[in-house]
Design a protein around this ligand. Sequence first.
Ligand code: ATP
Length: 248
Amino acid sequence: MTDTDMIRAEHVRKRFGPVTAIQDVNLHVRKGEILGLIGDNGAGKSTLIKILTGYHQPDGGQLFFEGEPIHLRSVVHARSLGIETVFQDLAMIDDLPVYLNLHLNKELVHRPLPFLRRKEMRRKAREALDSIGITIGSVTDPVSQLSGGQRQAIAVARSVFSDAKVLLLDEPLAAMGAKEGGLILRLLMQLKERGDLAIILIAHNYSQIVDVCDRVNLLQHGTITFDKASKDTSVAELLDLVHAEYRL
Ligand SMILES: Nc1ncnc2c1ncn2[C@@H]1O[C@H](COP(=O)(O)OP(=O)(O)OP(=O)(O)O)[C@@H](O)[C@H]1O
């Protein structure tokens, strides 16, 4: 733990009736860092992400945001602090053009008249996508015309557009081809270069995790059992750890 921790969980736990989803979890991610969170099905990854994003309230333990204890009351509260999540179902409006999806709930309007500043939003959308290297035909195209990877990239761009400080991605690469997955991974690397964003990435492809993440945490039965820099581990070691319990 350091002063540069953007978000930190200490001794966090969560039960659903008789099921202990998370027990005594300590996790932290720094500014400019990508943390990979891996673990088998049911290990508690999504529950942990939902706690960090204000969706679930933990039963115990404490969260810290920029060094201060924080109680995240809701997803809206977390978002107001700059904690953004990119879920699998991307919450996009298919019929709306890319630039309006990028500005969803943050539309620019002429005051006092309630007209949208469309030209400005188009320009800002184009600049934002260019700056993070996303190539699409036109920001006026409806998102329904984009590929899965491009949509995912737009969803990531939207979070960043909104001055995110923490970006949580729950399996953004699932059900995606190699080319599209590569687009997202490149985008994450570029965002990391900004240096002021903390990213947590859940993925099942350990080779992608080792390539892209600075550090890896393994979650097993609701507990973090492994925390190492990616440069000090390997896909073989991660696979071995995850599958070790089946050999007992
Ligand atoms: N809302 C809920 N109600 C009851 N049980 C839940 C709920 N959410 C999660 N669980 C249980 O908590 C445990 C952890 O689930 P979680 O979805 O966090 O795991 P995961 O690591 O994300 O799994 P996967 O990789 O399969 O998505 C599981 O036993 C799951 O059944």
